[in-house]
Design a protein around this ligand. Structure first.
Ligand SMILES: C[S@@+](CC[C@H](N)C(=O)[O-])C[C@H]1O[C@@H](n2cnc3c(N)ncnc32)[C@H](O)[C@@H]1O
Length: 354
């Protein structure tokens, strides 16, 4: 099965059979029988009803949207990719970016914060300082190496981080994480990770169930020209129908992030373009540099061995060059070091129809 297609999350067939609606999850061929009477309790696997509940501000943590099939490969790839990077991760631009990310948040002492895909805890520890000893922060990540660094820093911090807990878990399946059962948070954050997920809207809808009514979610998505060599790689993989370890083609502007948040039933407070994410602003590459990036992305960084087969690699080389050339203007390919940061909240009250 290929990933990256939100159609994988579920396909629905509405069958007018004795008032029942059937939900078909074709990854495991399970059929869940559901009543279509809106006044009855809604089963947690029924996406359209869940979306409506989200939009009405009626969802609870029981109403989380399962994203099983598409995320399994995503989580495995993430572990392969980030495990090897864990011990050097804090020395990268992510440290500075999380500092800036914090400046857009209004976290108050005593609040409960959930930091998703927390990595080594760069943002989590800053949040822990903001909520103080009367607050609580939970960081969730799937990569053992990243969590090992986070846990090491927590131990070093002693009492200062007594309010912080790290949990190993897949953020697309928070409902499977025992420690989060029945919990809701004032603030949920996700830094530098949204573009790793196959269906960003479904992922956000899943997280909204863990947000208190009126609670805030903050997350970022890449500018379309951010890490341009990776963008070309994604186009190549899509053309060759191969899996890619991220999904950023949907993130085109502040507006696309706004729409994604709104479609997930949230009220958007603000969308900000944060420039200089990694500190280089804007840069231009020559046409012939495609080859260096091809080697880096398709050969060196191919942890999932997607391009390991020689035939595939040869095909990928031609397509990579083509896609690189398509991006060039006056012989140069531009890279823009920006991200869109969205801050949105779960509605306090249900919106009335009409
Ligand atoms: C670029 S790092 C960002 C880490 C941190 N938020 C920061 O800003 O420093 C992306 C993180 O996402 C985590 N991740 C990717 N997919 C995940 C998943 N399905 N569930 C939990 N964590 C995931 C990776 O393990 C990695 O730590």
């Amino acid at each position: 099965m290929k990933w990256g297609c939100c159609g994988q999350v579920a396909s629905f067939s509405r069958k007018a059979r004795s008032g029942h609606l059937r939900y078909c999850d074709w990854s495991n061929s399970k059929h869940h029988k559901l009543t279509n009477h809106p006044s009855l309790v809604i089963a947690s696997t029924h996406l359209p009803y869940l979306r409506t509940k989200r939009a009405l501000g009626l969802a609870t943590t029981k109403d989380t949207i399962p994203l099983k099939m598409s995320s399994e490969r995503q989580a495995a790839n993430a572990i392969r990719f980030y495990d090897s990077k864990s011990w050097d991760y804090d020395a990268t631009w992510h440290n500075d970016f999380t500092k800036r990310f914090m400046t857009y948040l209004d976290i108050q002492p005593g609040q409960k914060v959930l930091d998703l895909a927390c990595g080594t805890g760069l943002l989590t520890f800053r949040e822990a300082e903001a909520v103080g000893s009367s607050g609580q922060v939970v960081g969730v990540d799937v990569t053992p190496g990243m969590l090992a660094v986070a846990t090491h820093r927590k131990t070093q911090g002693g009492d200062k981080y007594a309010n912080t807990t790290f949990i190993k878990g897949d953020v697309l399946h928070l409902d499977e994480t025992e420690e989060l059962k029945g919990k809701q948070f004032d603030v949920i954050t996700l830094a530098s990770a949204l573009v790793l997920f196959p269906d960003p809207q479904a992922a956000i809808e899943h997280w909204v169930g863990f947000l208190k009514p009126g609670g805030v979610i903050a997350l970022d998505a890449t500018h379309p020209r951010n890490l341009v060599s990776g963008m070309v790689l994604e186009r190549v993989a899509r053309r060759l129908e191969l899996p890619v370890p991220y999904n950023r083609s949907w993130s085109k502007s502040e507006d696309t992030l706004r729409q994604t948040l709104e479609s997930a039933g949230l009220e958007v407070d603000q969308i900000i373009t944060v420039e200089n994410q990694a500190g280089y602003g804007r840069r231009f590459y020559d046409m012939e540099q495609w080859d260096d990036f091809f080697v880096e992305n398709v050969i060196v960084k191919d942890v999932a061995r997607t391009f390991a087969n020689n035939d595939i690699r040869r095909k990928a080389q031609g397509v990579y060059k083509e896609e690189w050339e398509k991006l060039a203007i006056d012989g140069k390919v531009e890279e823009v070091d920006s991200v869109f940061l969205g801050i949105a909240r779960r509605r306090k009250w249900p919106t009335l129809p009409g």
